[in-house]
Design a protein around this ligand. Structure first.
Ligand code: TZD
Ligand code: CA
Length: 534
């Protein structure tokens, strides 16, 4: 007899989900007992970190990943990370252990009452099979739902007494199923877009995270070059879809309605690929589009297309659509956009500055100089946005990750998960002294599994991003903005991670080079001079 547990492991294996990120509880033990030898279990010490590590891992591999949480409490702890996974279209297959079936009604301890309701609306599907023999089919459904366009997290709650049950003969069909997504534009749909782009006097290309997720950055470069289009990254960028030193590259668009349309003034055609229209953040109302501009959006997410307040949309696979556009558009006779001027190198003294701290500009100059050109950056420190995008060169696919829902707690775990997934690239987390605390226990997983992630803790002693927001809102007396008394080297050592303080360009250069040479994780605490824009 094949049990529900045997068949489930086989389904996970056949679909390539052999890494399990989890934090166990009594409801999960019957599933985890005698885990097959070809699976590995990565323990996170808190579920926000479990789901965040899984997200970082999946964002690098581009594959679905299995997450095992403990009942309602574990799911609750993971919700912030699930919000980020939802907006980054990460196919997290999240399972949660449930009490024994007969104990859920009477609400025994650790029952997940109304389990399927708990993670909504941030999962594509939420299931609790109505009988044990349906568990394998539900897991299979969850995997294929997570990976179908638009991709995203899914949730399955499984009563622990189901695992030992007979899976029944009909479960034998599940493991070998192959479900794939197509979705290319028709010839007519393609011709319409091509003719609008070619007829435009001054088109602009805006790229979103899904272009990078589709591995289609090189196609975006060809499209921009053929049509001589300047290229912006869509606001609230969670990945980097275009090489940052390419002459067509312009930067990341502002996140307010007025700011964004102001920046696009003069363009008559705005082509947006692989992004919602738009992920605004700052509230600054205005006209959605500059006058005289039309907008065309290409997205694989029907929800993104439908909810946009302006423009036309084509729902199609982003990679196929870009390929089709590149093969169809002519080479334009417009002028090639001129490259932006690079920022002047930041002034640094050989030793620590007068106040014993670096500027953000000097920090990123050093990182850009010392880090390998194919480094993967995970960034979660609000005030570093401008200096980072100005000064860090990124030219390889998958070079950048940022929390897609803006939920802090992504940076530390995603740095660990991304490094675990990257045998040949180094992952450098640039994490604020505020943000680091939402996922600090990720340090333990990095240390115990010898994952050589590098954590640069940007220490300005405050929630700097909130300070500049408060200023914009005219709020000048907010409690709880400062973060005195944090010692990240002491925290690192408590979790088993080597660390140092770098308070000058020379010290940072040296400690980052040593971290890159090591095969275990390193944390570098970097005191930063004042808070820009506050
Ligand atoms: N809690 C969560 C889970 N997500 C959030 N985005 C916030 C709170 C609010 N928040 C921001 O949006 S930015 C920020 C907070 C608290 C400050 C982050 O501070 P930091 O970085 O030290 O990490 P900076 O560079 O000092 O802003
Ligand atoms: Ca800070």
């Amino acid at each position: 007899m094949a049990t529900v547990r045997d068949v489930t492991y086989d389904i996970l294996r056949q679909n390539g989900l052999t890494t399990i990120f989890g934090n166990p509880g009594s409801n999960e033990l019957p599933f985890l007992d005698r885990m097959p030898a070809d699976f590995r279990y990565i323990l996170g010490l808190q579920e926000a970190v479990v789901a965040g590590m899984a997200d970082g891992y999946s964002l690098v591999t581009g594959e679905p990943v299995f997450v095992n949480l403990h009942s309602a409490a574990g799911t609750g702890n993971a919700m912030g990370a699930i919000a980020n996974a939802w907006y980054s279209h990460s196919p997290l297959v999240i399972s949660a252990g449930q009490q024994a079936r007969s104990l859920v009604g009477p609400e025994a301890m650790l029952s997940n009452v109304d389990a399927t309701q708990l993670p909504r609306p941030l999962v594509k599907v939420s299931l609790e099979p109505s009988l044990a023999t349906d568990v394998p089919r539900a897991i299979s459904q969850a995997i294929h739902t997570a990976t179908a366009a638009p991709r995203g997290p899914v949730y399955v709650s499984i009563p622990w007494d189901d695992w030992a049950e007979d899976a029944g003969e009909s479960s034998a069909f599940l493991a070998s199923r192959v479900v794939v997504t197509a979705g290319a534009p028709s010839a007519q749909q393609l011709a319409d877009i091509v003719s609008r782009v070619e007829a435009s006097a001054n088109p602009v290309l805006i790229l979103g995270a899904d272009v990078d997720a589709a591995g289609a950055g090189a196609l975006a470069v060809q499209l921009a070059e053929r049509q001589r289009m300047p290229v912006w990254v869509a606001p609230s960028a969670s990945r980097c879809p275009f090489p940052t030193r390419h002459p067509c590259f312009r930067g990341v668009l502002p996140s307010s309605i007025a700011g964004l349309s102001g920046r696009l003034a003069g363009h008559d055609l705005i082509l947006v690929i692989g992004a919602p229209v738009f992920r605004y953040h700052q509230f600054q109302p205005g006209r959605y589009l500059p006058s005289g501009a039309e907008l065309i959006q290409i997205t694989s997410d029907a929800g993104e297309a439908a909810r946009a307040p302006m423009g036309d949309a084509l729902i199609a696979d982003v990679g196929f659509a870009l390929q089709a556009l590149v093969s169809s558009v002519s080479v334009s006779s417009r002028e090639m956009p001129l490259a932006r001027a690079l920022p002047a190198p930041a002034a640094v003294s050989a030793s620590a500055s007068a106040d014993g701290a670096l500027s953000l500009e000097a920090l990123f100059d050093v990182v850009n100089e010392v880090a390998p050109e194919d480094a993967i950056y995970v960034r979660e420190a609000t005030t570093t946005n401008e200096a980072f995008w100005d000064r860090i060169e990124m030219k390889h696919p998958g070079s950048y990750l940022f929390p897609a829902a803006g939920g802090l707690g992504f940076g530390m775990p995603a740095t660990v998960g991304a490094q675990l997934a990257s045998a040949h690239r180094r992952v450098i987390g640039i994490i604020g002294d505020g943000s680091a605390n939402y996922g600090i226990t990720a340090l333990w997983t990095a240390a115990q599994y010898r994952i050589p992630a590098i954590f640069l803790i940007v220490k300005n002693g405050t929630y700097g991003g909130l300070r500049s927001f408060a200023k914009q809102l005219g709020a000048d007396d907010i409690p709880g903005m400062d973060l005195p008394g944090l010692d990240f080297c002491a925290l690192a050592s408590g979790y088993g991670v080597r660390s140092s303080v770098a308070d000058s360009a020379a010290a940072l250069r040296e400690s980052l080079a040593a971290a890159l040479a090591a095969d275990t994780p390193t944390l570098i605490e970097i005191p930063i001079r004042s808070t820009p824009a506050s």
